[in-house]
Each structure stands twice: as structure tokens, then as C-alpha cells.
Ligand binder design. Structure first.
Ligand code: SF4
Length: 252
């Protein structure tokens, strides 16, 4: 049986997938996003070591709530694909024991060959596309985005259901041309069930200070409803363009 390094868990999650969900936060991430609200999850050697059975015991008392609400389990992080064998075993056990819906919340910074068995046991991937421009992506997250975009296309090709998410950060991820490009990219993917624009928030700033790290987005304001609606309109236009381009490619 595999063990995983666990950051924390929630038994009543309502924002990371459909219905009410058990949400497991894993330890370890190769990115260092400037807006991360869990910078204490980056260290791959920290967290508590737990077995799959340990986690199943945490889930069991609430299973009926998850099932009746159309919910399930979401594993997030940190970056959950860093512990792919552990998550795959956990997802398989949740399905075999209770028929639970399984969701993986990932940055997509992952080589597809390492995630195959995990994806076979995953019903839904929540994929964050943080920036389409490679340089700006590196500035925001410390890593380029080519591997992430490749992973998104791989999910599309294998028919995996996706919810795509964009954290909207004024001055960082709200450029009109880039938001349309994001939409065009999404429009060229199969299996996208939902696109979410998540307004940047500052709730995790205190953790950066606790860790003695300088917060990179100091002075950046949270976007209002109008800015969020504008971003959504731009992405939607891009999605329509992307779908038309995809249809043209298929028909020629
Ligand atoms: S991918 Fe997620 S956990 Fe990793 S640094 Fe970015 S926001 Fe934080």
C-alpha cells in the first residue's frame, strides 16, 4: 500500500468539483506561484505520512453526504501528480468501496506518462491555466508553460473531462489579448465541461509572512465583479474563435 505526504484535508468542500466533497491537500509543488495561498505546501519533504487506508477512514463517516449531493473526493495540493501512485490507489479504492466521483486539481505541470494510471481512475481534472505567454508564466510561477499546455492537449486527446480555471490577477493575468488567446486554446480542446474565472484573493498572504518569504504580489488589488465579467467575456469570445478554428481543421 502506498503512503502519501499530506498537507491537510477538508470534509465539506464545495468549490473544487461538483457537489459536496472530501478535499485532500497533498504536500509538494514544483511551481512557486506568486499568488499561492498554500506556500507551506511546496516542500516535498514536509507534511504527515499517511497510508491510503488512513485516508479511507477519514472519508468513511461522510460518504453518504458526498454521494447524495453528487459530490465525491478531490485531491489537490501542492501538486497531486507528484504523488501519482498514491492518488491512483486512493481513487481506485474510493471507486471500488463506495463508487465515489474522483477529481484531480492539478497545475498540469506533469509528464503524461507518469499520470496514466492515475488518470484512468480520475473522473474529472480541474486544470489551472495561469498564463498563455511563456515568459509571463515563468515570471508568475517560476516555470514555463509548455509542459502544462502539452498536458492539457493530452487530456483532450484521451477524452478526459476537464474544468479549466483561470485565476484573474489585475496587472498579471488580465491582458485582453492573452485572455482571448486562452479562450482560443480552450476552444481547441475536447472534453472541457466548464470554464471558471477565479478572482485573485489575498487570504494566503499571512502564510508567506509566517514562512519569512516576501509576498511577490504586494500591492495588487483583488478584482471586482466588473473586471471578472470582462475577463469572462474575452475568454468566451476566444473560445468561440477556437471552436471555429477546430471545426475548420476537422473539415479540411
Ligand atoms: S501550482 Fe498551486 S500549490 Fe503550486 S505554487 Fe501554484 S498555486 Fe501554489
Amino acid at each position: 500500500m502506498h503512503t502519501g505526504r499530506i498537507h491537510s484535508l477538508e470534509t465539506f468542500g464545495t468549490v473544487d468539483g461538483p457537489g459536496i466533497r472530501f478535499v485532500l491537500f497533498l504536500q509538494g509543488c514544483a511551481l512557486q506561484c506568486g499568488y499561492c495561498h498554500n506556500p507551506d505546501s511546496w516542500d516535498t519533504q514536509a507534511g504527515a505520512l499517511k497510508s491510503v487506508d488512513d485516508i479511507l477512514r477519514e472519508i468513511e463517516p461522510y460518504v453518504e453526504y458526498y454521494r447524495r449531493s453528487g459530490g465525491g473526493i478531490t485531491v489537490t495540493g501542492g501538486e497531486p501528480t507528484l504523488q501519482a501512485p498514491f492518488v491512483a490507489e486512493l481513487f481506485r479504492a474510493c471507486k471500488e468501496n463506495w463508487g465515489l466521483h474522483t477529481a484531480l486539481d492539478s497545475s498540469g505541470f506533469c509528464e503524461p506518462s507518469r499520470a496514466e494510471a492515475l488518470l484512468d481512475a480520475t473522473d474529472l481534472v480541474l486544470l489551472d491555466l495561469k498564463q498563455m505567454d511563456g515568459g509571463a508564466h515563468r515570471e508568475l510561477t517560476s516555470q514555463p508553460n509548455d509542459r502544462i499546455l502539452r498536458f492539457a492537449r493530452y487530456l483532450s486527446d484521451r477524452g478526459t473531462k476537464m474544468w479549466i480555471r483561470r485565476v484573474l490577477i489585475p496587472g498579471w493575468t488580465d491582458n485582453a489579448d492573452e485572455l482571448r488567446e486562452l479562450g482560443r486554446f480552450i476552444g481547441g480542446l475536447e472534453g472541457v465541461e466548464k470554464v471558471e474565472v477565479l478572482p485573485y484573493h489575498r487570504m494566503g498572504v499571512y502564510k508567506w509572512h509566517q514562512l519569512g518569504k516576501a509576498y511577490p504580489l504586494e500591492g495588487v488589488l483583488e478584482p471586482g465583479p466588473e473586471e471578472t465579467a470582462r475577463a469572462w467575456r474575452l475568454i468566451s469570445h476566444g473560445i468561440e474563435e477556437g471552436k471555429r478554428e477546430l471545426a475548420l481543421m476537422v473539415n479540411t
